[in-house]
Design a protein around this ligand. Structure first.
Ligand code: GUN
Length: 292
């Protein structure tokens, strides 16, 4: 069997085209475009790249960037004051606090300070709680989990009643995507570094989500034939054959798993572009909420 490639790049492009058109229509009618405030603290190169990519995507669709780049030693009080200012600024539609933060900062209280209707990353603990609770809906679904759900639905994965296995329990991906799959009536198992006999669990997965940050960790023998495999990893590995000296791989050994899976996301070109598309979509929704 050769798996269907879940093309996050083209799916994200159609979402971006749609948003670009909506913004152009607004501007043509004399209305303001949305504005996304990003806060980057310190000089972590990976975070700088992520934020730069988000800025480029905003520029491309016509969302205004309001960029705050702060030094590593920024205090909790300074950040708290900045978030409060952005909460009250009508030009700011959405607020994104890039994670991880330097160790001296209290991430939870800063995320909780972001106004729920501007929390386009969906990381405010109240928002995450609303995903977990039955009968409640989050104001915003966090971007990577939202992108994963969108891809599964677009490629007709049967979610209801499926055995879904999530490897990784991070606040950003593993935990919220597990909650979303549960909400859609999948039977979800969350695996992590202390899980015993991981392969016996993953081999039972109709939907397998790898979000652990270990290059090519998921091998073909861990995958049930025909499974939907979603690879959240972006790992840089040495590759002397490339001019750059490195290449990007996911958490899944793509070539071998693609021979077993029914559908699989590539890296790059799978989850990554969908995360950004969902951020743009959430920012548009924040504008609608602000105008209600
Ligand atoms: N760090 C890694 N991924 C993300 C993300 O999606 N949003 C934020 N704010 N920080 C991150």
């Amino acid at each position: 069997m050769t798996a269907t490639i879940i093309d996050g790049k083209s799916l994200s492009q159609s979402i971006r085209d749609d948003i670009k058109k909506q913004i152009a229509d607004r501007v043509a009618r004399g209305l303001n475009p949305p504005g996304l405030a990003t806060i980057l603290v310190g000089d972590d190169p990976a975070s700088q790249t992520y934020v730069r990519n988000k800025h480029r995507a905003c520029d491309d669709v016509g969302i205004r960037n309001i960029s705050h780049e702060l030094p590593e030693d920024t205090s909790q009080e300074e950040l708290d004051a900045l978030i409060k200012k952005l909460n009250d600024d009508p030009e700011v539609t959405g607020i994104l606090l890039q994670l991880p933060l330097p160790k001296h900062l209290d991430e939870e209280s800063l995320l909780a300070a972001i106004k729920l209707t501007k929390d386009v990353d969906g990381f405010n603990p109240i928002n995450i709680g609303r995903i977990a609770l039955r009968g409640l809906a989050p104001v915003f679904v966090p971007c990577t989990p939202a992108g994963i759900m969108k891809m599964l639905k677009e490629y007709q994965a049967p979610i209801q009643g499926a055995n879904a296995v999530v490897i990784g329990r991070s606040n950003i991906v593993g935990m919220p995507v597990s909650l979303l799959l549960t909400k859609e009536n999948a039977t979800v198992t969350i695996c992590h570094s202390k899980t015993r006999d991981l392969t016996s669990i993953t081999r039972n997965a109709d939907i397998l989500i790898a979000a652990i940050g270990k290059p090519e960790f998921v091998s073909a023998d861990m995958v049930k034939p025909g499974a939907y495999v979603i690879d959240v990893g972006i790992n840089s590995v040495d590759d002397p054959s490339r001019k750059s000296g490195y290449r990007l791989v996911g958490d899944v050994a793509f070539d071998e798993v693609a021979k077993v899976a029914g559908a699989i996301t590539p890296v790059p070109g799978g989850v990554g572009p969908m995360t950004i598309a969902m951020l743009l979509k959430n920012t548009m929704r924040a504008l609608e909420l602000a105008e209600k």
